[in-house]
Structures are given as C-alpha cells and as structure tokens.
Design a protein around this ligand. Structure first.
Ligand SMILES: NC(=O)C1=CN([C@@H]2O[C@H](COP(=O)(O)OP(=O)(O)OC[C@H]3O[C@@H](n4cnc5c(N)ncnc54)[C@H](O)[C@@H]3O)[C@@H](O)[C@H]2O)[C@@H](O)CC1
Ligand SMILES: Nc1ncnc2c1ncn2[C@@H]1O[C@H](COP(=O)(O)OP(=O)(O)O)[C@@H](O)[C@H]1O
Ligand SMILES: [K+]
Length: 493
C-alpha cells in the first residue's frame, strides 16, 4: 500500500471526482457510508453519539455521518463550531440535508461547551487533511473539551490538529482519539511514535478513490500490509535440497551473551536456511551444541570473545553482531570481514555500535548491506534528530549515501532502501519490546539472504514475518508474558 502526502491526497480526490466521474458530494457520501459501515460493525444503537463538526469537508463528512447514523436508529447530537464564516460547498449541502432530520447546535463560545457523558461516543469531524496551521482559539478549546471527556473518541480521517505528513509542535492542540477511521490510505503521521496518542487504533476504509492514480503517483512511502508482505514469499520447490537454501554464517555471542547467538541461530534455522554455521568464542561450544544441535560450529580460539575471522568461502550470506561486544580484537574481525566479504551481509547490535565508534568501517560496507538499528543504535550511528520525521530523513540520506538498507526498528519498523524508499511494517506489537527480539530478526534476515532473497526483499519480508510471528506469540502467550523465544516458535510461512 502506498502512503501519499496531503497534496497528493487532494489531487487524488480531485482526479477521482473528474475521472470516475462522481460529484464531490457523492464522494463525500461514499466516504461517510464507509465510515458508517465500520462504525456499525463496532457499536450498536444503544450508544448515543456526539459529532463535532468543523466547516470544511471533514465537517461535511461529520454531517453526512450524523444523518446516516440517525437513519440507522442511533441517537445523535450534532455540534457545529462557529470559528469561521467560510464553509465548504459540501459542508453547506450536507447541512441543508440534515435540516428536518436532526437539530444542529452551534458552538460560538468557549464557555458554552456541551456536557459529554462517559457512555457517549464522540466523533471528531473538526479538521481533516486540510489542516494548514496550528489550531487555536475556539477550535482549540473544543479539542481540549473533547480530550477531557471519558467516552470513546473516533476521529474521521485524521485527528483534528494533526498534520498528515509533517511534524507537529509539542505545544499543538490535537484530538487524542481512541480510533481513527481513515480514508483509502494510511497517513505518514500514523507511522511516527510521537503521534501514538493522536492516532489511537487506526483503520483504513476503502472509499473507491482512483487506483491507477495511486499506482502512478510517485511516493517514497509504502506500507507493508498483508498482500504486500505475502507477495514476497518464495515457494520451496519440490526438488529442492539443503544446498538450494544456502549456507548461512552467523558471528554472535561472547561470554555472558551467548543467548544472543542461540536466539539468532535458532531463528535463522527456523527461517529456512539450508545450513547454518555459527562462529562463537570457545565458551559457546557446549551451549550451542546442546541447545541447537542442527547448527554447525566454528569455534574461535579465544575463550570469551570473537577474535578471529573464519574462512568465508563456503558461505552464501553472513550475519554479524548480536552479543559480540566491542573488544578491539572483535573490531578487527569486523574490519577483516568487510575487507574479505563477497556475499550479502547483515550487521546488527554490537556490530552497529562498532561502526558508530569506527566510522571508517562504514565506508567499507559492501553495497546493500543490511543495517538493523533500534532508535538508540541509529542515533549513535547517524546522530541526533529533532523529531521522528527528521530521523526518517536522516536515515533515508544515510541509506542513499552509503548504499545500504536500513531497518529502523520499533513499532511500524521502517525499512529504508538504497534509493531512499521507505516501507513501514504493519505487523508486530509491544510484546516484542523484550530482550532478544532483535537477535531473532538478525537470524531471520541472515536466512533470507542465504536463500537468495535480494537485500531489499529480505528486509521487507523478514521484518514482516518477524512481526507476524510476534503477533502469533502475543495471541498465545499475551504481550506481557511472551519472550523472544516465543517469536521463534511462531515463525513460519
Ligand atoms: N472530495 C473530497 O475531497 C473528499 C474529502 N473528504 C474529507 O475532506 C477532508 C479534507 O477536507 P478539507 O480540505 O476541506 O479540509 P478540512 O476539513 O481539514 O478543512 C480545511 C479548512 O479549514 C481551514 N483550516 C486549516 N487549518 C485550520 C486551523 N488550524 N484552524 C482553523 N481552520 C483551519 C482551511 O483554511 C480550510 O478552509 C478529509 O480529511 C476528509 O475528511 C472525504 O469526504 C472524502 C472525499
Ligand atoms: N512496540 C512495538 N511494536 C512492534 N514491534 C516492536 C515494538 N517494540 C519492539 N518491537 C520490535 O522488536 C524488536 C526489538 O529489537 P531490539 O531493540 O534490537 O531488541 P534486542 O536488542 O533486545 O534484541 C524490533 O524488531 C522491533 O521492531
Ligand atoms: K478529524
């Protein structure tokens, strides 16, 4: 799924109206109907509804939704906020259509806010994708009032006050919805952790905007939903043998951190690698042999740390980093690896921390190396950013400059390709915020690279499957109780 900016969404609306063709009022009706279909799936008529409308098209949606919900038997109150004389045509038309059906209450002043009971559902139709400046005055007071209510809040298209595609100031007044029901495409703002309280759970409803226009509109932002994720699955051929699926090498673990080696290695085998060799310090010998008999070992001469690079010629992909520490001899191993490697590579965890401390090594990264930092590791690698939009730009520039694939981990993990395209992941949950989850991802990615997925596909697909396994684990164990091993146990495609 593509993610478009506010200007492109406007153009998409206009194109659909002109080319379908459909009147703008009918398109609004279709959007409102799509919202109502979602709504009646979630709530029954025992709930009463209060709808707060602005005077643009988002407000127009609110009025149309009021009429449609009223017709379904819901008890509906409609409030129009009189912050301006300017009204959109479709707003006006829907206001007229309400007359006789429902009484509209105007709010002129901040001290005259309606009472909101906890069993009421509040629909926020104040401002949508047309937001052009921070909310102030009466509208701001209405938003504060709505945010102070205890009932469920649902924003139409986007929370009022939230920009579609650029950062808000911390001081901005923005609705804090429990749900956002957004039209046609997810919005860039929803991907940013800083906006979590301004999106709630968000749901995309199809309003029939022009598919070809979406396809042909250039955007660097994509959302890896189920169809996009599943499209990358490679089938295992009937006559395949273990040689078909590559021989992965993982360099991981040191004294006290051997779990990282076990987790990444097990995840690698569970992700379909034909063969796996794990290079570990001597202290890892028994641990690995006993916990993961399917893996072969390459034993470092050093008891506690990785200090020597194994011979690389038999491997088809390499993963390095989980739990390796940053001892000088380990740094040298990474340096030698970068000099010698001729296969796809993923660098994670301490591997990334080493790169941060030795930036000369960044220039040695083979093209399309995958780097998988969490936010802190990325900050060490690329520096500070004022907000998450800026961080994303920093990561896009880093990926382009160094010709690497970056996996910026977190909720909606961003996979950033060497051309700067960003694929936000749709799977995963907060139960994955537990030690070792990242090591599991390293193993998955090493396995996919060994199976000849391109680095781009490996990153998008691996992140998607990692999150999906996390979702299955959360369902079986709960988000609280799940641990990284549960993610591995739920891998499979
Ligand atoms: N035909 C269409 O274009 C469709 C539009 N739809 C709805 O229309 C919305 C976009 O409509 P609009 O472009 O009218 O945008 P809004 O409803 O967000 O309103 C924009 C208006 O508010 C003003 N405004 C912007 N920021 C303000 C602020 N901080 N304080 C006060 N006024 C402010 C603008 O100057 C403009 O007049 C979408 O979010 C969606 O809800 C849907 O009905 C689908 C179809
Ligand atoms: N709230 C969340 N929602 C979705 N995924 C998450 C969330 N928190 C963490 N994750 C995922 O879990 C993994 C954690 O990786 P990382 O921080 O490297 O963990 P560790 O270093 O403990 O292995 C990442 O893939 C990240 O995307
Ligand atoms: K809204």
């Amino acid at each position: 799924m593509k993610i478009l900016n506010a200007g492109q969404i406007r153009a998409l609306d206009a194109y659909t109206i002109k080319n379908e063709p459909i009147s703008s009022a009918d398109l609004m009706e279709r959007a409102s109907q799509a919202f109502v279909n979602w709504f009646i799936n979630c709530f029954d008529v025992s709930k009463s509804v209060s709808i707060f409308c602005g005077k643009g098209n988002n407000g127009g949606d609110g009025l149309a939704i009021a009429r449609l919900l009223h017709a379904k038997g819901f008890q509906v109150r409609v409030f129009v906020i009189e912050y301006t004389d300017k009204e959109s045509d479709d707003f006006k038309q829907n206001l007229e259509r309400l007359a006789g059906n429902l009484q509209v209450q105007s709010i002129y002043e901040s001290h005259a806010m309606p009472e909101l009971h906890s069993d009421q559902i509040i629909i926020d139709a104040l401002l949508g994708s047309g937001l052009s400046r921070p909310v102030a005055g009466l509208l701001g007071d209405v938003i504060e009032h709505v945010n102070g209510a205890t009932g469920i809040i649902i924003s139409i298209d986007i929370a009022s006050g939230l920009y579609v595609d650029k950062p808000n100031e911390k001081s901005d007044t923005i609705v804090k919805p429990d749900h956002t029901v957004t039209f046609q495409l997810p919005k860039l703002a929803f991907m940013m952790p800083q906006n979590a309280e301004f999106t709630g759970d968000w749901h995309v409803v199809d309003i029939g905007l022009d598919k070809r226009f979406i396809e042909e509109t250039l955007s660097p932002y994509y959302y890896t939903d189920k169809p996009a994720g599943e499209a990358l699955t490679k089938k295992r051929g009937k006559f395949s043998h273990k040689g078909t699926f590559g021989h992965a090498l993982i360099l991981a673990g040191r004294y006290g951190k051997m779990g990282a080696a076990v987790l990444s290695s097990r995840a690698c085998l569970r992700s379909g690698a034909g063969l796996l060799t794990v290079h570990v310090p001597e202290c890892g010998y028994e641990i690995l042999q006993i916990s993961l008999p399917e893996a072969m070992l390459s034993i470092d001469p050093n008891q506690r740390n990785i200090t020597e690079l194994p011979e690389l010629s038999s491997y088809s992909a390499i993963g390095i980093g989980p739990g390796i520490g940053q001892e000088p001899l380990t740094v040298r191993v990474l340096d030698e690896l970068l000099e010698q490697i001729s296969t796809p590579l993923i660098v994670d965890a301490d591997g990334l921390n080493i790169l941060s401390k030795h930036p000369d090594l960044i220039d040695k990264l083979p093209e399309k190396t995958i780097l998988s930092p969490h936010p802190k590791e990325f900050q060490r690698l690329a520096g500070d950013s004022a907000n998450e939009f800026e961080r994303l730009e920093l990561a896009r520039n880093f990926a382009k400059k160094h010709n690497v694939v970056i996996i910026l981990k977190g909720a909606y993990t961003a996979v950033i390709l060497t051309n700067g395209d960003v694929h936000f992941n749709s799977t995963g949950n907060a139960g994955m915020a537990t030690g070792g989850s990242g090591d599991v991802l390293t193993g998955i990615l090493t396995a996919l690279l060994a199976q000849k997925y391109t680095p781009e596909d490996a990153a998008i697909f691996g992140v998607y499957q990692h999150g999906l396994a996390g979702d299955r684990a959360a369902e079986r164990k709960t988000k609280t109780a799940m641990i990284a091993s549960d993610i591995i146990e739920n891998l499979g495609w």
